[in-house]
Ligand binder design. Structure first.
Ligand code: COA
Length: 260
């Protein structure tokens, strides 16, 4: 058993062949800062490099998975350069060769939902509420969700999620195939852990090859789309609609898009 770092906004714990990443910024609803993306990207790289790690679990708290990207960061420190930590994390999760299991309870907003399309097994608390409100923030999809959401949901349900930005609950997510199983929130993380340990007991070479074969055809397209989305997202987050949405959130008021 190893403890990779002191308690922080991302807890990293490895035991019985399973590395567990826990979003641990509860006072800000597990919203994700640049530093947190960097820690998660580093942890995934370490999990890839470490032969003793055979599966990874990403989890939050029984009341909240993640409120998505930190909106203060969007406003004050928008990603710059060619490889901001968020992109490193997204590329890392899309390419990750070993099984990835997610446990999701409570709200999963923005990247809190889109990262799940890159996981292999997703377990949800019955309180899980998924949403991708990019349009409501003056933004566009990320994490190749502009491919993966229509592919999984069909165009019309994808439009409810991505154009209207409407939340959907655990049962709807299970119906479309985003969620494998719904559990009481207090049992969700433990169940995901037990499934990951089942995976960790299997031959790693067979797991990795099976996952590679299932995902190899689409990976180049997903990485290319992430770049395309990233260019648009980066431009849009500096434009008036997004600035108004972020400022309104920070000021705890409704956004006024009438002038943008
Ligand atoms: N970025 C930064 N801070 C956030 C945040 C985010 N994405 N989400 C929540 N917080 C902060 C709030 O500002 C608040 O901080 P304060 O206590 O200093 O005022 C604290 O977390 C609690 O949030 P609150 O909105 O009061 O909690 P809630 O239980 O009523 O609602 C959510 C939870 C997740 C539904 C709501 O916080 C939310 O919608 N967040 C924004 C989601 C979003 O649009 N993310 C971007 C996606 S691209």
């Amino acid at each position: 058993m190893t403890e990779a770092q002191a308690p922080s906004d991302i807890l990293v714990h490895t035991e019985a062949g399973v590395m567990t990443l826990t979003l641990n910024r509860l006072d800000k609803k597990n919203s994700i800062t640049g530093a947190m993306y960097g820690q998660m990207a580093d942890a995934l790289q370490a999990a890839d490099d470490d032969h003793a790690v055979r599966a990874v679990v990403i989890q939050g708290h029984a009341t909240i998975f993640s409120a998505g990207n930190d909106i203060g960061d969007f406003l004050n420190a928008p990603p710059a350069g060619t490889e901001p930590p968020a992109f490193r994390f997204l590329r890392g999760i899309a390419r990750f060769p070993k099984p990835l299991v997610a446990a999701v309870c409570g709200p999963a907003v923005g990247i809190g939902t889109t990262m799940l399309f890159h996981c292999d097994l997703v377990y949800a608390g019955d309180n899980a509420a998924f949403s991708m409100p990019f349009v409501n923030l003056g933004l566009c999809p990320e994490a190749a969700s502009s491919i993966l959401v229509p592919q999984m949901f069909g165009h019309h349900r994808a439009s409810e999620a991505l154009l209207l930005g409407e939340p959907f609950m655990a049962e709807a997510a299970a119906e479309v195939g985003l969620v494998n199983r719904i559990l009481p929130p207090t049992e969700c993380n433990d169940f995901a852990q037990s499934q990951a340990r089942k995976l960790a007991a299997k031959p790693i070479s067979a797991l990795v090859e099976t996952k590679r074969l299932m995902k190899m055809a689409q990976l180049p397209d997903l990485l290319e789309r992430m770049d395309e989305e990233g260019r648009s997202f980066g431009r849009m987050m500096r434009e008036p609609a997004a600035r108004e949405a972020f400022t309104a959130f920070m000021e705890k008021r409704r956004p006024d898009f009438s002038k943008v």
